[in-house]
Design a protein around this ligand. Sequence first.
Ligand code: NAI
Ligand code: 15L
Length: 269
Amino acid sequence: PRPRTVLLTGAAGGLGTLMRGLLPAYGYELRLLDMLPVPGEPDAITADLADRDALREAVRGVDAVLHLAGISLEASFDKILKANIAGTYHLYEAARQEGVRRIVFASSNHAVGFTPRPQGADDPLIPVATAHRPDTFYGLSKAFGEDLAQFYWDKHGLETVSVRIGSCFPEPTSVRMLSIWMSPGDGARLFHAALTAEHVGHSVVYGSSANTRLWWDLSSARALGYEPRDDSEQYADKLIAEQGELDPDLPEHACLGGHFTTDPPIWPH
Ligand code: NAI
Ligand code: 15L
């Protein structure tokens, strides 16, 4: 049966706000959760991912979870540990205890951010089955989340689609984003496919539109039934005129994770 009631964590965030607007058209009834109040949504659950009791109650009776909550950029290890590592564990444990069958996990390109990017049309696309090469504590937490998802599938039969999202914003704003952009409409199409495809076990997919300058292999996403409709190329002339082409000799342009690979770490708390 198709999931109807979906818990959306991180509902107050950028992607959560976009998906609150787009997913109801697919027939979902969304239950919302965030540590911050969700503007205009008085019924949203205000709870931190550290609150195990609140998570148990929040997942009770839902068909699936779209797990977007967490720190979405680099931060200190202590902050990442609490929100993204322990928080995602608490969510999985609540789902297991309440018998939820599927989670769609917002992983990130930064789980594999130190992977060299293709530099020309002849270079192979980055496959899903590539080793984790996290570029930040943040990326490390996403690699952990993918492993956690694999463990809950192997051990407990709880299914996950881990979506290594590129950049999901209304428009791409950098030359790097031309390669990894996921339009909001394609994001909703991909999350819908991840929520409804049968027998996913633990599947890992890249999350982007069908960009002309794509760096990765979308075939595992397409295998879920995802058919992207958008391409960032319409923004290419303007962004390249403003910022220039990516220079492969610059360290911050050499790898998938871009400046996340070269930004100084955030120490310590
Ligand atoms: P965001 O930072 O705008 O939203 C994250 C939301 O999670 C916020 O509303 C925040 O209050 C909530 N949150 C943070 N810690 C929490 C906690 N301990 N308990 C409860 N709620 C908590 O981030 P955005 O852009 O909406 O991203 C959503 C998810 O997708 C994140 O997990 C992010 O890592 C992932 N992602 C997003 C990408 C993008 O392009 N937007 C790219 C790759 C991954
Ligand atoms: C991410 O994982 C972040 O959550 C998002 O804000 C963007 O920075 C994106 O990666 C990116 O790589 O552009």
